[in-house]
Write a protein that binds this ligand. Structure first.
Ligand code: NAP
Length: 280
């Protein structure tokens, strides 16, 4: 039987993972097909059960299954436990273990594509959904000095801040209104958009969470939104003379960490970036 390796979500047609994971497998001479699986929520448990075979190599997990899959697995790695979401399943000693590579993927993207080390930084994260959860956790492990979570629904920002708070790390929660943002954004050297604002086909494709006038020219500005590659937030960043970094790098680096977990080989990062570029 052939090896089982792929990405599952619903829908899955838009996923760029097959393009760059297949390119990485081919480059490393691993004769395996990386498959896209369209799995409806009702079929998730059966799909996970089908992984209980020695042929299962690993699986990337995307929306809407990142939380629903947790009770179907045998255990969670520490990062997945802390974030409360799984984006990779890897077999370990016959057990299905859930991992979260969004957080380490974001840190590598910030460092490699943005030239930014979050150690000691003052950050604002716009949004309080799934991506924000991974990114606030990443900033905690990356030793950020302060993190403000700015969200349209402040209650959700408060809840995320509470989940991430420990003795040293105490994120604050604010609204996404201009008065609240003016108190923190100009004094922050890292801004991260994790809202759906600016996303193609989303609720506000032409909106930025913050205008150029509030952005410090010293800031690095990361947009988790990667479709389109040039978002309204990144345009405001450029207008402010700050450092813009697009979200495709996080998408690829979460896959880099996943590829390395599954294959035990160093991922060919340049090959993966080139494959995504060619697939656009
Ligand atoms: P999510 O859990 O649904 O969260 C959506 C967030 O956007 C919430 O904070 C929501 O605020 C906010 N929002 C939605 N519409 C808004 C509007 N009109 N005005 C202001 N805020 C609005 O989604 P997610 O999974 O975190 O994904 C968010 C974005 O990140 C998507 O574009 C996704 O593609 C991207 N993403 C990228 C990567 C990557 O690897 N680069 C990884 C994950 C996600 P409320 O709480 O007020 O509703």
């Amino acid at each position: 039987m052939s090896k089982i390796f792929g990405v599952m979500g619903h829908p899955i047609g838009h996923s760029k993972s097959p393009a760059f994971q297949q390119a990485a497998l081919d480059h490393c001479g691993i004769d395996v097909k990386f498959e896209p699986w369209d799995v409806e929520p009702i079929d998730l448990a059966a799909k996970v059960e089908s992984f209980r075979t020695p042929d299962f190599m690993g699986c990337c997990v995307t929306l809407p299954h990142k939380q629903a899959i947790i009770p179907m697995l045998d255990g969670l790695a520490d990062t997945a436990q802390a974030i409360g979401a799984v984006n990779w399943v890897v077999p370990e000693n016959g057990k299905l273990i859930g991992h979260n590579t969004d957080a380490p993927g974001f840190l590598r993207a910030l460092k490699e594509s943005g030239g930014f080390d979050p150690d000691g930084c003052n950050a604002v994260v716009f949004g309080a959904g799934g991506a924000a959860r991974a990114i606030v956790y990443a900033l905690k492990t990356g030793n950020a000095a302060t993190v403000a979570i700015a969200n349209r629904t402040v209650e959700k920002a408060r809840s995320l801040a509470a989940d991430m708070t420990d003795g040293r790390f105490r994120p604050s929660a604010i609204g996404l209104d201009s008065t609240s943002l003016a108190d923190v954004v100009p004094y922050s050297n890292l801004l991260v958009n994790t809202t759906a604002m600016g996303m193609d086909g989303g609720p506000a494709p032409f909106a930025s969470p913050v205008p150029a006038e509030l952005i410090s020219a010293d800031a690095t500005c990361y947009d988790a939104v990667y479709a389109p590659p040039e978002t309204p937030f990144l345009r405001e960043t450029e207008r402010a003379g700050a450092n813009p970094v697009g979200g495709i790098s996080m998408l690829i680096y979460q896959g880099v960490v996943g590829f390395e977990l599954v294959t035990g080989k160093q991922a060919p990062v340049d090959v993966m970036f080139a494959a995504v570029g060619a697939a656009r």
